[in-house]
Design a protein around this ligand. Sequence first.
Ligand SMILES: [Zn+2]
Length: 107
Amino acid sequence: MKYLDFEVVDIDSVRTPFDEWPPKYQRAEVAGCAMCGKPVGKAPLYILACGGGLSTIANKDDDAQLEAKDGGYMGCHPVGSECAKRIRTLVRGAGLDPDKYLFKVNW
Ligand SMILES: [Zn+2]
C-alpha cells in the first residue's frame, strides 16, 4: 500500500499490544522485539517504521526521504526471529522484497 510517496506494508497483525506483553518485557531497559517484546538475538533484523506507529513499515532505501517528509517517522526497531518470519510473509504477500523491509543495522 502507499503512504505519502512510499510503498509500505501494514504489519499490525504481527504486533501484540504493548499492555499485553509480559511485564518483564515491558521494562524500558529491556530492548526486545518491537512486535512482542521478547528478547532478540545479538544481531537482530530491523524494521523501518513510519506513520506514527510501529504497524507500518517502509523500504530501508527510503529512510532519508521518509525522515524528511513523514512527521510520523519512527526510525529503526529490532524484531525477533519469529516476528521477522511473519513480517517476511506479509512483505512477500504484498509483492515486495523482504530484504528491503527486514535488514541488519550496523550502529
Ligand atoms: Zn517478536
